[in-house]
Structure formats: structure tokens, C-alpha cells
Write a protein that binds this ligand. Structure first.
Ligand code: FES
Length: 174
């Protein structure tokens, strides 16, 4: 069953129409976005469908998901904390920050807390190199950036997510 293709036929057709027929594979990022918006991640079925629609191989589609940190091929936490530990941030203590935060949350890097609320993963440069420790938080609703963080301010932020209808609020010292 072509779930994405059937549910979003009009949206997909409009996107593909923006490109010359021989370059319709250029629509791949938009179709990945639709799939992830629908499922919280890009499933194997989504990959197969997108590859068929755009006449790509499933390997080509999977490679893009692996390359871009904002796409995921597995379900994850409600709040994905993606911390930059590229060299400039590493020099400002990003690795120690990640290790301490994971310790406080009782998880290893890349894991999700038992309640499914938070995961922590390292990512490459997020263009705030003088503001480490810094991270982006990815949710189903979008992205938010937090700079000059401490473990304490990050834990405060996470507490706000536990409240009913908690929003992505920046703690006082964040
Ligand atoms: S190196 Fe971390 S934001 Fe650029």
C-alpha cells in the first residue's frame, strides 16, 4: 500500500511539478519531510515509496537520511536534543557537557530516556561556534536552539517539557 503517495497525492504532485521531469529526484528532501511529518521518522515503507515515486534506489534515499541529522529512520524521543560537538564546541567543553547530561538522564549517547521524552545525540556544526555548549531540540513541531547552556539549565529545560502542554521554554539562564 502506498501510504504517503495516496494520502498526500496533491501535495506530492505540486512539489514534483516544480522540477523538470528528468530532475524530479530533486524533490526528495520535500518528500522525506512529508514522510517524517506523518510518521515521526522515515519508515522502510516510506523509503520504498519515495524511491519509487522519484525513480531513485532505496539506497540513495537511505543515504540522504543518514547524512542529514534532521531525518531519522527510527522512531525517537519526543524531544531530540542534538548537541554540537564539532571541534570549536569540543574545545569549549561540549563532550564533557554531553557526558554529564547523559549521566544525569541515565542514558548513553544516542539513547532515549525510559519515558520516551528525551534523547541526546552529537551533531556537527550548528553555526553557533562561540556559544557552546549549544544544541538544537527537534520535535514534531520544529526546531529550537539553545546556546551557552549548562547541564543545570538543560535539566531545567527538560523539566518544562514534563508539564502538561509544556512548550519549548528557555530557562532563565538559557
Ligand atoms: S562547531 Fe559547534 S556550532 Fe559550530
Amino acid at each position: 500500500m502506498n501510504k504517503i503517495a495516496e494520502k498526500y497525492t496533491d501535495e506530492i504532485e505540486k512539489i514534483i511539478a516544480k522540477y523538470p521531469p528528468e530532475q524530479k529526484r530533486s524533490a526528495v528532501m520535500s518528500l522525506l519531510y512529508i514522510a517524517q511529518r506523518e510518521d515521526g521518522c522515515v519508515t522502510k515503507q516510506d523509503i520504498k515509496e519515495i524511491a519509487e515515486i522519484l525513480e531513485m534506489t532505496t539506497t540513495e534515499v537511505k543515504t540522504l537520511i543518514g547524512f542529514y541529522t534532521l531525518y531519522h529512520d527510527k522512531p525517537g524521543a519526543k524531544y531530540r536534543i542534538q548537541i554540537c560537538n564539532d571541534l570549536p564546541c569540543a574545545l569549549r567543553g561540549a563532550d564533557e557537557f554531553i557526558a554529564k547530561l547523559c549521566e544525569e538522564l541515565g542514558i548513553q549517547i544516542g539513547e532515549t530516556t525510559d519515558d520516551g521524552l528525551v534523547s541526546v545525540e552529537p551533531v556537527m556544526c550548528l553555526a553557533a561556534c562561540d556559544k557552546a555548549p549549544m544544541f538544537q531540540v527537534q520535535t514534531g513541531d520544529g526546531l529550537e536552539y539553545h546556546e551557552l547552556q549548562s547541564v543545570e539549565s538543560t535539566l531545567e529545560l527538560i523539566e518544562t517539557w514534563k508539564k502538561p502542554q509544556g512548550d519549548l521554554n528557555t530557562p532563565k539562564n538559557g
